[in-house]
Ligand binder design. Structure first.
Ligand code: SAM
Ligand code: CA
Length: 218
């Protein structure tokens, strides 16, 4: 039997209401993103996903993290607040306007010193990382066509038992509909297939928000 509970808005509210209270700085960042960027704010991760990522970073005792796709900085803030004082998060994005909002909130939350923002195509940033750079935790949430490249570049720098999170792996359900064949959907579908069979990682796909895959390096 299928074992899941389909969400509706009421049940989703209930889920949000039964997570620890969201820090005010995250509330304010979500509000400013929505007010300033309107429909673009759908790119921001959801509150329970942010809470989950913070908890995971804390549980892992992660110290070195990397994010591909920062936007106005919500997911980065969730990760950075959960890192120890000497932790470090590298944020990759191409958009100066959006990440300038991010930087204001990172300052306000007192985590700016833990975050290094690298503006430019993420694949170039990843390839330019020092050979000895290694990560405990990675979050991939940028241009979908480059997910497979981001995966390989990050995996080689991930420590054993480190985790990569891929966002939007359900692509609003399109990945499970073979009739949908646009390039983003095909890339995500192929990556999902490949990850599930990749002996280098242990993978779980969670139906959180638009789908979140966790890949632990063996
Ligand atoms: N994680 C963010 C959050 O929690 O608010 C949302 C990220 S948003 C879905 C995707 C971001 O990827 C955008 O800010 C966009 O500028 C960035 N992006 C798109 N293509 C990129 C590329 N080639 N290299 C780096 N960043 C890119
Ligand atoms: Ca996303």
């Amino acid at each position: 039997m299928d074992k899941f509970v389909a969400l509706n808005s009421e049940l989703y509210r209930y889920v949000l209401d039964h997570c620890s209270p969201r820090p005010q700085v995250l509330e304010d960042l979500a509000a400013e993103t929505a007010n300033r960027l309107g429909p673009l704010s759908v790119m921001q991760i959801s509150p329970e996903q942010g809470a989950f990522m913070s908890l995971l970073v804390r549980l892992m005792g992660a110290r070195n993290a990397i994010e591909v796709g920062t936007f106005t900085g919500y997911s980065a803030l969730c990760v950075a607040m959960a890192l120890p004082d000497d932790g470090k998060l590298i944020c990759c994005d191409i958009n100066e306007e959006w990440t300038s909002i991010a930087q204001r909130y990172w300052e306000r939350a007192g985590v700016a010193s833990k975050i290094e923002l690298r503006l430019g195509p993420a694949i170039e940033t990843l390839k330019s990382l020092k050979e000895e750079e290694s990560f405990d935790f990675a979050f991939v949430d940028a241009d979908k066509e480059n997910y497979p490249l981001y995966y390989e570049e990050i995996l080689r720098r991930l420590r054993p038992n480190g985790v990569i999170l891929f966002d939007n792996v359900l692509w609003l359900g399109a990945v499970a509909d073979p009739a949908i064949t646009d390039p983003d959907t095909v890339t995500l579908r192929q990556l999902n297939d490949r990850l599930a069979r990749d002996p280098r990682v242990e993978v779980v796909m969670l139906p959180v928000a638009d789908g979140l895959t966790l890949a632990r390096k063996r």
